[in-house]
Design a binder for this molecule. Structure first.
Ligand SMILES: Cc1ncc(COP(=O)(O)O)c(C=O)c1O
Length: 399
């Protein structure tokens, strides 16, 4: 299969931290970094480093231009209406907490409810609990997608917000986000999409999806850790109060009263992760250079190959739908996923084993943990083969 076996090996050469013979199958946790991103980060510290927004000297003005150019690049990448709709945060976790604390302060009062789904990551559950919201949970279909028919039947005007993973980090299920938006908007609720696992593996256009907030983490998109994005509709961000205070987000401060800058600055207190933002720009250029459609097709072929091969082993149970995006979760009968992970590691295959920060989903699946292989642009059929050989070894060892 050409698309799986040859082209990715070209892309793999872009990733210096992937040695020959190592099957890295944990991109859903964090993606390896291409040289283009590493170089951009190195240049950011070794050649062009300065703070942003404050300096009166040329270096800082140049860095500010580069920083804001990255914001414009993110806006284009997500199909946002303007760069002002892009808030830089530490990651998806911080983005969701920002919405829960800021938007939630004005919109989640007593009696108001938030609608989540069974497959959410803890970072799309706990912030809503901390915000004091009453939570309802949309169940999954038999093939492990968010059950939008059930959601349509459950939703009511008390639901002020629906927050769903665009792609599940455990199951790879892809949400029909447009339909979710229609259902949410039918009662006037806002839709927040957790795009952590979507942006690295499919084209995303927030306006076409008709959502209201979208978050993702740079490190899963082949970019640096410590930088992420919250996109929000301009009118929503403009109406939201700050959630953290400090420098860089104020208009005027006295001991009596402070006034605040408009978004996105209102939500970016303190010195930002300047070089992280520069690295994120390089990461987006990198994935767009390959093309998100090409990445989606490449990962779909790998998922298909992995699911076909693993399902041929009797003792393997696969989770998630057939058309999972880039992620395959599975169990081997009688073997704890941690043992699977440890044995695979002996064969140079790196997978994730555990609850994947989705304990309610584990409970719904009736397991404590799963083994999870997740793909990136650098994976090929050789990695799938290594995974399958490793699982054969696991079943031999455990009889
Ligand atoms: C679906 C999903 N949401 C949220 C997160 C949290 O991302 P981060 O830890 O980068 O903030 C993750 C990371 O595993 C994820 O996969």
């Amino acid at each position: 299969m050409d698309a799986v076996s040859t082209r990715p090996l070209d892309w793999r050469a872009d990733f210096p931290a992937i040695p020959e013979g190592w099957a890295y199958l944990d991109s859903a946790a964090t993606a390896q970094k291409p040289k283009a991103v590493i170089d951009a980060i190195t240049r950011g510290y070794a050649e062009t480093y300065a703070t942003v927004h404050r300096g009166v000297y040329q270096r800082s003005a140049d860095m500010t231009l580069a920083f804001e150019a990255s914001r414009a690049r993110v806006a284009r990448f997500l199909g946002a209406a303007s760069a002002e709709e892009i808030v830089f945060v530490r990651g998806a976790t911080e983005g969701i907490n920002l919405v829960a604390q800021s938007w939630g302060r004005d919109h989640l009062g007593p009696g108001d409810r938030v609608l989540l789904s069974t497959l959410e990551h803890h970072s799309n559950i706990v912030p809503w609990q901390l915000a004091g919201a009453q939570i309802d949970v949309v169940p999954l279909t038999a093939d492990h997608r968010v059950d939008l028919d059930a959601m349509a039947a459950m939703i009511r005007p008390e639901h002020k917000l629906v927050a769903l993973a665009h792609v599940s980090n455990v199951l790879g299920s892809v949400l029909d986000a447009k339909r979710a938006a229609e259902i949410a908007h039918s009662v006037g609720a806002k839709l927040l999409l957790d795009g952590c696992q979507a942006v690295p593996r499919m084209p995303v256009d927030v306006q076409a999806l008709d959502c209201d907030f979208y978050v993702f983490s740079g490190h899963k998109l082949y970019g640096p850790t410590g930088i992420g994005v919250l996109w929000g509709r301009a009118e929503l961000l403009e109406a939201m109060p700050p959630w953290q205070g400090g420098g860089a987000m104020i208009d005027k401060v006295t001991f009596e009263k402070t006034t605040f800058l408009p978004p996105p600055a209102r939500f970016e207190p303190g010195t930002p992760h300047v070089v992280g933002v520069i690295g994120l720009h390089a990461a987006i250029d990198y994935v767009d250079g390959i093309g998100l459609d090409a990445i989606a097709a490449h990962e779909a072929a790998l998922v298909q190959a992995a699911r076909d091969a693993l399902s041929a082993t009797n003792s393997v149970r696969l989770f998630g739908p057939e058309d999972s995006a880039g992620i395959v979760s599975f169990a081997v009968e009688g073997v704890h996923p941690h043992d699977i992970g440890t044995i695979l590691d002996e064969s140079q295959v790196a997978i994730r084993a555990g609850h994947h920060c989705a304990q309610p989903l584990m409970a719904a699946l009736g397991v404590d943990a799963t083994a999870r292989a997740s793909f990136g642009v650098y994976n090929g059929q050789d990695d799938v083969d290594a995974l399958v050989r490793g699982i054969e070894r696991v079943t031999r060892i455990f009889g």
